[in-house]
Unconditional design. Structure first.
Length: 451
């Protein structure tokens, strides 16, 4: 008896220690068992308390009266599958007649408390089937990305979602995106994770960093072109527009419009071109868009109009030519001048980190997802990297990027430096760097010459 008591005490101590220090290990070892038992035992009563049951049908009531049996109870949705994951549980249920998926979304907070889970989200799988995705612990407190992820040609993992899934940046599905947030909110870390994930792909990275290149210059070995002041940025954007026009000429020549070919083989973008003709896709990262839009003199105003016009043209026409935009800034409103709202309308993806006022959140989500505005202003200051991500469809989710130091990001960029493609139209803006392994003396030359 003493040995059993000691063993139980050790197991309990180990479980408490794991829950405190390693919540993911605790979940996989103890938490998932407790959660499954708790959900199955409480399921019927919780559904009834949350208003997710339906009264018995008329024929069942009539049958009960005819046979003298007790009146049947209300019926809860039928459980189709209960599957554990590395972060929680996935419960798939079959709706009863008269129920709607919105009922489960509205009751998600009550379900979270009733089942003692960290988070519960509901989504419709198909007509009559709803999936409840539950997390057993706070996955955004200490972000741990899975070792294996389902990436793709232009699809990279950059953050963890609050429902325990990986958040992917898919350029084929969402070509252009806006990233806003206050100072120390995590925009730079998000950008580093994005560059680190793209570094291993066959893609050209083009950067505009008007903070004298302090954010992107350390990663310059993986960049095909880089500008660190507004004058260089204007010339670089003009070169990108010319490159885009050349790509359209290539697509036009290779559209294969002859009558003897099926319509399915006619191409309208680079992805339907043969591999040996397909131009390298380009991701343009703009670190601080306000520095490109502000001006104090007439000459700077002309340069500003030239820059914004080029950005709008790239956002409107660049997708088919394989040019994708990532625009970052602390604010992105009409106070930056004409053309800004037109540019924002072309940026389908929206990511908002912590902001200092509700107006900044409205700039990102006010026109597409008002609920996301409230979620954005509630981001805590002690959780940098937490953001709300959505798109023009109105759907949004909380995410958090894992902390990636600049040193580690530089090592990743350097290890994939051999993948940096050469694009003749951008050769004038290619960073000039010393060989690896040799210390370089400080230089005052601005991009594209970076020491």
């Amino acid at each position: 008896m003493t040995a059993l008591t000691v063993t139980l005490a050790l197991v309990a101590t180990a479980s408490l220690l794991l829950r405190w220090q390693r919540p993911a290990w605790y979940w996989m070892s103890f938490g998932v068992v407790f959660a499954v038992v708790r959900i199955l035992a409480r399921y019927a009563s919780v559904m009834d308390a949350c208003g997710l049951t339906v009264p018995p049908s008329r024929w069942r009531l009539a049958l009960a009266r005819m046979t003298g049996r007790p009146i049947p109870e209300s019926r809860a949705p039928r459980i189709l599958r209960l599957r554990p994951t590395r972060t929680g549980l996935v419960l798939r249920v079959k709706l009863r007649p008269g129920q709607d998926a919105f009922d489960f979304s509205a009751a998600s907070d009550r379900l979270r408390h009733s089942f003692v889970m960290q988070n519960v989200t509901a989504r419709e799988i198909r007509s009559g089937v709803v999936e409840l995705r539950m997390t057993g612990y706070d996955v955004l407190k200490r972000v741990q990305m899975p070792a294996a992820s389902r990436g793709g040609a232009m699809r990279v993992p950059v953050a963890m979602r609050e429902d325990g899934e990986v958040y992917y940046r898919d350029y084929r599905q969402t070509p252009h995106a806006l990233n806003v947030g206050a100072t120390q909110s995590g925009k730079s870390v998000y950008q580093r994770n994005l560059v680190a994930a793209l570094a291993s792909l066959d893609v050209a990275l083009v950067g505009i960093d008007c903070k004298q290149g302090v954010e992107l210059a350390p990663l310059a070995r993986r960049f095909t072109a880089l500008a660190d002041d507004p004058d260089a940025a204007a010339d670089l954007l003009d070169a990108l527009v010319e490159h885009m026009e050349d790509v359209y000429q290539l697509i036009r020549r290779e559209q294969r419009l002859s009558a003897d070919l099926p319509d399915a083989e006619i191409t309208a973008d680079i992805w339907d071109l043969p591999d040996h003709l397909r131009p390298t896709p380009i991701v343009l990262l703009v670190d601080e868009v306000a520095e490109l839009a502000l001006f104090t003199t007439k000459e700077e105003e002309k340069r500003r109009d030239r820059i914004i016009t080029s950005l709008v043209r790239l956002a409107q026409l660049g997708r088919a030519a394989g040019i994708y935009l990532e625009v970052c800034g602390q604010r992105f409103g009409s106070e930056l001048g004409k053309g800004i709202t037109m540019l924002r309308a072309q940026l389908t993806g929206r990511t908002a980190h912590r902001v200092n006022d509700e107006t900044s959140a409205n700039m990102a989500f006010g026109d597409i997802a008002p609920d996301a505005v409230l979620a954005t202003v509630q981001i805590r200051t002690d959780r940098p990297g937490t953001a709300v991500a959505g798109d023009s469809s109105g759907e949004w989710v909380r995410i958090r990027t894992p902390h990636l130091t600049l040193r580690r990001a530089v090592n990743i960029a350097n290890s994939h430096a051999h993948r940096t493609p050469e694009i003749p139209a951008l050769d004038a803006f290619r960073p000039v760097l010393p060989p690896l392994g040799k210390a370089a003396a400080p230089s005052t030359v601005t991009a594209p010459a970076i020491a």
